[in-house]
Design a protein around this ligand. Structure first.
Ligand SMILES: [Zn+2]
Length: 392
């Protein structure tokens, strides 16, 4: 095992992350502002920014800001030196995007998967990342984030359970690190979406949020003071497998019965339609008791979870196949009704659309986030800002 970098190198790494994070949050920004925000001396900031400019992580813009003294060129994040890859894994394909330091998607590739065997999936991901990276030969690939539907233990790099992949305890990170020879970070779909919001939506810095994704499967991300709360073994946010208590004995892919997943995920709705002998095609245009029950279960479960945690904002992110008014509008109604007689005000509710590219770029942001938090105790948490900064 390689020893940890020496303290001098570590301090340099942390200071560089502090500077990059201020540029990310306030871009384009003057060196004087960086010094104010980080508490570093102007001379130290000049040294660090020179190194980061040399490495291409920062770039000097043509804009100048005159703050009374000498006009100063503003700094922005460089777009060419490094890219991060994000992979959205499903049972049929690996959807890969490359993002630059500003979070812009600069390349993408969809690689069909022949099976969900971990070995085949690993090789498919490696092929897809290689093809995407080949389109940016001059940029250094700093790492690969992989979003998987299900319960993901990010710390140990293990997918604990994924219904769509049919996986239990798959050590995907170790497999991919060996294949790709670059750092690999795993996360759930919904935590990947959360990472993207936290990194590039300044409104959300340091806030308490809950983000729910509604798609083939259900997921929730619990964000405490701007950090994704993961819980023991990555199990936080596992509301998909909470019981709706209807006692109908619907079997779930997790082994339990009557989970919310069986009522309100696309997988569950499709299964119910098949059980009724209907061809489970698109849900667009449907408005029936199946979608009404889904919305009732979902709106109630989201409100129950939110009441327990007390977030100031709840984001309900629907994938395209679930983004139908009969579901989204009724879910919102049911959610609001749960607060109608309460003594606490409801959190702000945002209905959002998400999808494969959002999951994939979110996975890439979990990698990018580490550049802005390197060396700190928060490095493992995506999108977290350094606690020594007061910004925003
Ligand atoms: Zn279940």
């Amino acid at each position: 095992m390689r020893p940890r970098a020496g303290s001098k190198a570590l301090i340099r790494e942390i200071n560089e992350a502090l500077v990059l994070d201020v540029v990310r949050a306030h871009r384009p920004v003057a060196r004087a502002r960086i010094a104010t925000e980080t508490g570093l001396s102007p001379a130290t900031v000049t040294g660090i920014t020179a190194r980061l400019l040399g490495a291409g992580l920062l770039t000097e813009t043509d804009a100048v800001r005159n703050t009374g003294g000498r006009p100063a060129r503003l700094l922005d994040l460089g777009t060419d030196a490094v890219v991060a890859a994000g992979v959205r894994l499903s049972d049929t394909e690996a959807y890969v995007v490359l993002v630059d330091l500003r979070g812009e998607v600069v390349a993408s590739h969809q690689e069909p998967l022949t099976s969900t065997r971990p070995q085949d999936v690993g090789e498919g991901i490696a092929r897809a990342v290689g093809l995407a990276a080949a389109s940016r030969p001059s940029s250094t690939l700093i790492g690969v984030g992989v979003a998987v539907s299900g319960v993901v233990d990010q710390q140990s790099g293990v997918v604990r359970h994924s219904g769509s992949m049919g996986w239990e305890d798959v050590a995907l990170q170790r497999r991919l690190t060996a294949l790709l020879e670059t750092p690999v970070v795993l996360d759930s779909y919904v935590n990947s979406v959360a990472s993207g919001l936290l990194l590039f939506d300044g409104r959300l810095a340091g806030r308490d949020l809950m983000i729910f994704s509604v798609g083939a499967s259900l997921g929730a991300s619990v964000v405490v003071r701007g950090r994704v709360h993961r819980g023991f073994s990555g199990t936080a946010g596992g509301f998909a497998h909470s019981s709706v208590g209807r006692g109908t004995g619907r079997p779930c892919h997790c082994g339990a019965e009557d989970c919310l997943e069986t009522w309100a995920s696309h997988w569950g709705i499709r299964r119910e339609l098949e059980r009724r002998g209907e061809t489970a095609g698109s849900l667009v245009g449907r408005d029936d008791d199946v979608l009404a029950s889904a919305a009732d279960c979902l709106g109630t479960a989201v409100a129950n979870a939110a009441k327990m945690f007390g977030p100031e904002r709840v984001v309900l992110a629907f994938t395209p196949e679930m983004n139908v008014p009969a579901l989204t509008a009724r879910t919102e109604q049911v959610f609001r009704r749960q607060y109608a007689h309460g003594t606490t005000p409801p959190p702000a509710l945002e209905i959002a659309a998400t999808g494969p590219s959002g999951h994939a770029s979110g996975a890439a942001y979990t990698v990018l986030a580490q550049l802005f938090t390197a060396g700190t105790s928060e490095a493992e948490t995506t999108g977290a800002r350094s606690t020594t900064l007061t910004v925003g």
